[in-house]
Design a protein around this ligand. Structure first.
Ligand code: BGC
Length: 352
């Protein structure tokens, strides 16, 4: 087990950006950058014992500074969309940036993915790094000073745990996630259409054509959204089901059956080629399965790899998109003095 810290690069403001490498005794390695608190790589053993980097990303900081796909980053203050960038809290209307058509996406123009986080190695948790970010009152239009702490832990059973904590001095909203793009055949192996996915959800939130939930919660049964058993991602991805047409593929929030418990499996992805299996556990009520529909060939990543549409999948654990404007959805409000406390685990193994 070891944790190493190296310089990753320098911001235009001359601020240093570091990269931490967490390594466990099985040889699994995860790199975390202090820019965006992003997962840059995860070397995971496959069924033959070789290591595959299952995370899409860039070779250097410049790539991350130019990139606009949120590769591996922590998203905040609010993952996914808020309709018209507007919400009302305690009788006050707040207006956020409309950075996705008329809507607000992933925390705005300069979300947490574009911040340089403070970092330290935690002595009390083996193989971990803690990243902190202070988001001042009014940043990107959100109320309240917000203190955010994200801790990544690489365990001895090949799990990458992400612990999210935050508190505020004024009521606010918060929805933190990680935007890793996974490809269990390796980041440069092409599309993920044959990789299989299970999502432990009987229902999903229906979107309008701008990917804003309409408020309807629909059963997955009989639809291409049914991933209750392991299903190849590509099986129905080009279906003419309206939700798939709206999303250009999968880009939806599933209503997890897990009751906000990280004891129960929220999702599983399996790649028969490498034999790599990834299990997801989380304390959040929802998960966004995004089939990387907007990777466009113009995204040049590690080792000059051209990333095309559907060369990865994201499983972003979250409160439901636009939940602040939909009273039927679990509330993403964090009250002054309360603690936001969530955990997501991506656990790797191989097919037995
Ligand atoms: C969203 C997509 C968006 C993507 C950006 C996902 O979380 O659901 O609609 O295009 O992030 O990379």
């Amino acid at each position: 087990m070891s944790v190493e810290k190296k310089l990753f690069g320098m911001m235009p403001t001359c601020e240093n950006v570091y990269i931490y490498t967490l390594k466990n005794s099985n040889g699994m390695e995860v790199e975390i950058s202090t820019y965006g608190a992003a997962v840059v790589s995860a070397l995971v053993p496959d069924k033959t014992g070789e290591f595959q980097d299952v995370i899409l990303g860039y070779d250097d900081l410049e790539g991350y500074l130019k990139g606009d796909k949120y590769f591996g980053a922590i998203i905040g203050r609010f993952a996914n969309r808020i309709q018209y960038g507007k919400f009302t809290l305690n009788g006050v209307e707040y207006n956020l940036a409309q950075n996705n058509g008329q809507n607000h996406l992933h925390g705005g123009i300069k979300g947490f993915d574009k911040a340089v986080w403070d970092s330290k190695i935690r002595k009390d948790i083996d193989n971990s790094v803690e990243l902190c970010y202070f988001s001042p009152d009014g940043e990107e239009g959100y109320p309240g000073n917000l203190y955010v702490k994200v801790t990544y832990v690489l365990t001895e059973d090949n799990a990458l745990e992400i612990h999210y904590k935050a508190n505020t001095d004024k009521d606010t909203i918060i929805n933190l996630t990680n935007h890793a793009y996974f490809n269990l055949s390796g980041h440069s192996s092409g599309d993920i259409l044959k990789q299989k996915l299970m999502i432990n959800a009987d229902k999903f939130t229906v979107n309008d054509k701008n990917s804003i939930p309409t408020g309807e919660i629909r059963e997955v049964e009989g639809t291409p959204m049914d991933f209750r058993t392991l299903t190849p991602i590509g099986q129905n991805i080009n279906s003419d089901y309206e939700q798939i047409v709206f999303g250009n593929g999968y880009d939806h929030n599933w209503v997890l059956n897990t009751n906000n418990s990280a004891q129960l499996k929220a999702a599983q992805a399996v790649d028969e080629n490498t034999g790599i299996v990834m299990d997801v556990y989380t304390t959040t009520p929802g998960i966004q399965f995004y089939s990387a529909n907007f990777l466009a060939g113009s995204d040049i990543g590690k080792n000059n790899t051209v990333y095309n549409s559907r060369d990865a999948f994201c499983l972003e654990t979250q409160y439901f998109p636009n939940s602040i404007n939909c009273s039927k959805f679990e509330s993403p409000i964090l009250r002054a003095g309360e603690e936001y406390n969530h955990k997501t685990i991506y656990k790797f193994s191989t097919i037995v």
